[in-house]
Design a protein around this ligand. Structure first.
Ligand code: 8DG
Length: 385
């Protein structure tokens, strides 16, 4: 749906795996310096370039810069685990960084260490979208059935150069006193935030699952699997956010294209006619989506393809004012559910998709074209059962 991908970066292998699990059609992308990214798709068609940066702000900054240059993403997400700095932040909770503190900046003076804080703030639109997703709870659909529900918190994250695993060391006390509104602590967000800022303030969000309390019990909580549980929650929310950000970008693009189409004389469908032995190239201002050469084709798309086509038509109908924004949003959610259920490729998944599509048919019944398109997707799925 979006030509530009979202980049998602992680530090640890288990974080990478937690994101990778949500992607389909994965393919390897090698950078000439040896960095390996994988490019996959989310159920709504949004492309994701996934990378592993390792631990620490420095490699995170360098590889974030590399990913931005390589993929020109519309947004960047960092997904991982972190330690909680306060007792009311629970294991398994998800923290979305409203601010990132690079807490190691300072001057060492005769009377002690003085902080020289650097801080980056979350961009407005991803912040609003993330809060909306948390409010309506739809992101939880991506959690495995046996995963306990997590609380999501918005607040600052402190990023430094050490693994913090004490509540009483001088370092721990200094962090808690100097950055006392920070909810969580980790080692990459400052590098990622710096790289995003230096790239025209690319929208960037850090999403962390709490896997320990940064208080000397990390070995124990790691040992009973909290890292995997915590990052499963963070990844589910991150991918819901990626989809919604992609949708917003598409909405912007569709509106943009519609305005241009009205101002330009070029019609949407251009027929290039050759007479005699003349050779004619494609004469069109822009070409979007599939290109058919020759007579209009009646090719039959599979259910997933039909669903993608339906999504595209829905966006156009919304941009043209035939579908209001509330209906559009509700309809897109049903399409997401149908696409995700279909991607399971089981009879159960197909049945779930049919139920979502029946709800969708109800939502779109006033728009004849779209309602009949929904009916044909239902028929196509029924044919595969
Ligand atoms: N859960 C948690 N994650 C943290 C903390 N500090 C911290 O940097 N992180 C994030 C950022 C790093 O990418 C990564 C470090 O955790 P880790 O489990 O790899 O730490 P470690 O180096 O002590 O682990 P190990 O390889 O020695 O087992 O997790 C913390 O206190 N708790």
């Amino acid at each position: 749906m979006n030509e530009r991908p979202v980049v998602i970066l992680t530090a640890l292998d288990l974080e990478y795996e937690a994101v990778r699990r949500h992607l389909s059609d994965l393919r390897l992308h090698r950078h000439r310096a040896g960095t390996r990214f994988e490019i996959g798709r989310l159920p709504n068609g949004c492309h994701v370039a996934l990378g592993l940066v390792g631990k620490g702000n420095q490699p995170a900054a360098v590889l974030t810069e590399r990913a931005i240059t390589e993929f020109d993403p519309f947004a960047l997400l960092f997904v991982g685990v972190a330690g909680a700095l306060w007792p009311d932040v629970d294991l398994g909770d998800v923290v979305i960084a409203t601010h990132v503190y690079a807490y190691h900046g300072g001057t060492s003076e005769d009377d002690g260490l003085k902080a020289r804080p650097r801080v980056w703030e979350i961009s407005h639109e991803p912040d609003q979208i993330a809060r909306h997703l948390v409010r309506n709870g739809t992101w939880k659909r991506r959690l495995p059935a046996d995963q306990a529900a997590a609380e999501v918190r918005f607040g600052p994250i402190a990023a430094g150069e050490v693994v913090q695993d004490s509540a009483i060391s001088a370092h721990a006390q200094w962090v808690r006193q100097t950055y006392n509104d920070a909810l969580a602590i980790e080692m990459e967000a400052a590098g990622v935030a710096q790289a995003a800022h230096l790239n025209r303030s690319l929208p960037m969000v850090v999403i962390r699952g709490i896997s320990d309390r940064a208080d000397g019990t990390k070995v124990k909580t790691d040992g009973v699997g909290w890292q995997a549980k915590a990052v499963t929650n963070a990844a589910a929310l991150a991918l819901a956010l990626a989809e919604e950000l992609a949708r917003e970008t598409l909405r912007g693009n569709v509106a943009d294209r519609t305005e241009k189409a009205e101002g330009e004389s070029m019609p949407e469908i251009v027929r290039n006619v050759a007479k005699g032995s003349a050779h004619v190239g494609v004469q069109a201002g822009r070409i979007y989506g599939n290109v058919s050469i020759g007579q209009p084709s009646q090719a039959v798309l599979d259910p997933a393809g039909q669903l993608a086509d339906l999504r595209h038509k829905l966006s156009k109908a919304c941009a043209a004012g035939d579908v209001d924004v509330a209906t559009f949003t509700a309809a897109e959610e049903e399409i997401d559910v149908a696409a995700q259920s279909l991607s399971e490729n089981t009879d159960q998944g197909k049945n779930k998709a049919m139920i979502a599509l029946r709800r969708l048919r109800g939502l779109l019944m006033d728009v004849a074209d779209l309602a009949s398109k929904v009916a044909s997707v239902i028929a196509a799925i029924r044919g595969t059962l």
